[in-house]
Design a protein around this ligand. Structure first.
Ligand code: URA
Length: 441
């Protein structure tokens, strides 16, 4: 097999064979194909695409490039959820404890922040003492014992994805449907959950900006999972504005705690309920959406969801007192309101810009070596569709320096568009995608 011929074939837009895909995936994993040739191939894939069968073969080759977790020792149907990435997208911290409190094992493998989007692992690590590093035996034992564990991607899971993703990040080849689908699904298949609920974000703050692309990504991923014998469903949900109101790691943990404590309702809770209901159905714990939502609601109002979050925090070395006293979470030195300078209606939010602002303030990393400041970020006090007036507080900034407060003030006022004519709130869930069906809502 010759890598130059494989690059040449994809450059001409031809489909690669299973052997060719296996060859370059192996070469990426063991380092025998140099980065410059892999980069050329990735660009050819980015420009000329892959058909569904190639995408599926690439996913399986990447999944099998490292350990394949066996969760069969866990009683029940282990369920996982995965978001393609968003801003103030804190659903995992709400939905995972609620679903576990309903008796369904949640074996969750999460990621860190990427570009303008946040990551569950970074959020959880803002809880003093919380650790997401655990070996696989401990992961399985914890899910068996308390029905929930959340860990980061281990070194031995889908190493081909790790090698290819690093190159994609620096060669402008992230935004490729087959590469995204295979990257996400290889990790999901390798991490062993039998039921997987995907949250494919769509809109200005998402990896896929249009509904067509988002639905196609959802469909490709659910079909790959179903072909591998997993119970699969995807929701296509909105990312034209931040989902929650809190952006930044400790701030997002606080918002999740407020939701689980019943103090906060709204879009973050609504989308969490939709995802959680699909998780219960996918794990055979409920046979319809209404029943599943009732179960989640009962876990919420009884406080069992919050208790499960506390159990998770204790099991992973964190301080569960943050659930009763969120003030114990890291706090920024400078906290200041941003006030509006005009009247009108909020029409849009440049969600990507808002996410990058949080990253620039220290809530995310620009290089792998950057250390996150868990305390920084901001709280938005209004959503699209709201009527606002001059002098209203639109946001509260939590920053490490006066310069960052000034930066956030300027950026937020520019990222939020206010016009004189009324605007409607956005729909939260746009479509439900199963292996055989697409239901647009
Ligand atoms: N998340 C991933 O894990 N991979 C991608 O390619 C994009 C988002």
């Amino acid at each position: 097999m010759d890598i130059i011929q494989i690059i040449e074939k994809k450059k001409l837009g031809k489909a690669l064979s299973q052997q060719e895909i296996a060859y370059f995936t192996q070469g990426a994993t063991d380092g025998t194909i140099p980065d410059y040739q892999l980069a050329a191939l990735l660009m050819a894939i980015r420009l000329n695409g892959m058909n569904r069968s190639e995408t599926s073969q690439l996913t399986l080759a990447m999944a099998h490039s490292g350990d394949m977790l066996d969760l069969s020792a866990i009683e029940g149907v282990p369920v996982d959820k995965h978001s393609t990435g968003g801003v103030a997208d804190t659903t995992t911290l709400i939905v995972a404890p609620l679903v576990a409190a309903c008796g369904v094992p949640v074996a969750k493998m999460s990621g860190r922040g990427l570009g303008h989007t946040g990551g569950t692992i970074d959020k959880l690590e803002s809880i003093p003492g919380f650790s997401t590093a655990m070996d696989m035996d401990a992961f399985i034992a914890q899910v068996k014992r308390i029905k929930i564990a959340v860990i980061g991607q281990t070194r031995d899971l889908a190493p081909a994805d790790k090698a290819l993703y690093l190159l994609r990040d620096i060669t402008s080849t992230v935004d490729s449907l087959p590469l995204i689908a295979s990257s996400i699904m290889s990790k999901k298949l390798a991490s062993g959950a039998q039921a997987i609920v995907l949250d494919v974000k769509t809109g200005a703050g998402a990896i896929m900006h249009t509904m067509e692309e988002s639905i196609e990504l959802a469909q490709v991923m659910v079909r790959i999972g179903a072909d591998a014998g997993r119970s699969m469903i995807a929701l296509v949900t909105d990312m034209d504005e931040p989902l929650g109101s809190h952006i930044g790691n400790a701030l997002e943990v606080k918002e999740a705690i407020d939701v689980l404590a019943g103090r906060v309702k709204g879009p973050l809770l609504s989308v969490s309920m939709e995802l959680g209901a699909q998780m219960l159905i996918a794990a055979d714990a409920a046979d319809n959406i209404e029943k599943a939502k009732q179960m989640l609601h009962a876990a919420l109002v009884s406080g069992q969801g919050m208790e499960k979050l506390k159990e998770l925090i204790v099991a992973q070395g964190g301080d569960p007192k943050v659930c009763d006293e969120p003030g114990l979470l890291p706090k920024a030195k400078y906290i200041q309101d941003v006030r509006l300078t005009k009247n009108g209606f909020i029409h849009s939010m440049d969600t990507q810009r808002i996410g990058y602002l949080a990253q620039n303030m220290g809530a995310g990393r620009k290089t792998k070596k950057d250390v996150i400041d868990p305390s920084v970020g901001f709280v938005l006090h209004h959503r699209i569709g709201d009527t606002v007036h001059t002098g209203d507080v639109i946001a509260t900034v939590h920053a490490k320096s006066p310069e960052d407060v000034a930066l956030a003030q300027e950026e937020l006022l520019q990222a939020i568009t206010i016009l004189p004519e009324p605007a409607n709130p956005l729909k939260l869930v746009h479509a439900i995608v199963t292996p055989d069906d697409i239901i647009t809502l």
